[in-house]
Design a protein around this ligand. Structure first.
Ligand code: MN
Length: 208
């Protein structure tokens, strides 16, 4: 079965003014779609891999056939990363923004001392990534970690579970923020869906 582009869980303008409608339309309808199309193309010659979940494909990327490994890493990573990205955002003030609570707050406080320190760390990771990539909050099996990856590499490729990730490719912010990646990162907190992030942590901790 071929992989398919998931619908956005909200209208393209839902994240305004933090992320503008045109950026969302191009990012989802063209960039994410291209990752899905190119992943399916790469897997045409590997019927057994077509049946795997995207998470399994990325966890086992090192065993993918060498002739398609880079294509699966880039496009499979792109598909998984963006599928998560849409889900962990929501309209500002309507599910997006604010601060984490409950188990997620406790886990963040224990790993980074405070929510403010966590935000600093993620911003440093996001702005310090040279070129294209992602900054992550990931569960490593025992604790939360913040780091960045290049291109479309996913924490899944090193056995971690992505709990939250911010896309810092220029295509994610250039129309509205131009070269001001730090401004985009600061504004992005206003659309984070902490409920969705908390659910991802709960799942990661239970090993699912
Ligand atoms: Mn992107």
């Amino acid at each position: 079965m071929a992989f398919s582009l998931p619908n956005l869980p909200y209208p393209a303008e839902a994240l305004e003014p933090v992320i503008d409608k045109t950026t969302m339309e191009v990012h989802h309808g063209r960039h994410h779609k291209a990752y899905v199309d190119n992943l399916n193309k790469a897997l045409e010659s590997a019927a057994d891999l077509q049946k795997k979940s995207i998470e399994d494909l990325l966890k086992n990327i090192k065993t993918a056939p060498e002739n398609i490994r880079t294509a699966v890493q880039n496009n499979g990573g792109g598909h998984a990363n963006h599928s998560m990205f849409w889900e962990i955002m929501a309209s500002p003030g309507k599910g997006g923004g604010g601060e984490p609570g409950g188990e997620l707050k406790t886990a963040i406080d224990s790993a980074f001392t405070s929510f403010a320190e966590f935000k600093n760390k993620l911003k440093t990771a996001a702005t310090g990534r040279f070129g294209s990539g992602w900054a992550w909050l990931a569960w490593d099996g025992k604790a939360l970690q913040v780091y960045s990856t290049a291109n479309q590499d996913s924490p899944l490729m090193q056995g971690h579970t992505p709990v939250l990730g911010i896309d810092v490719w220029e295509h994610a912010y250039y129309l509205k923020y131009q070269n001001k990646r730090p401004d985009y990162v600061d504004a992005w907190w206003g659309v984070v869906n902490w409920k969705a992030v908390a659910d991802r942590l709960t799942k990661a901790r239970s090993g699912k």
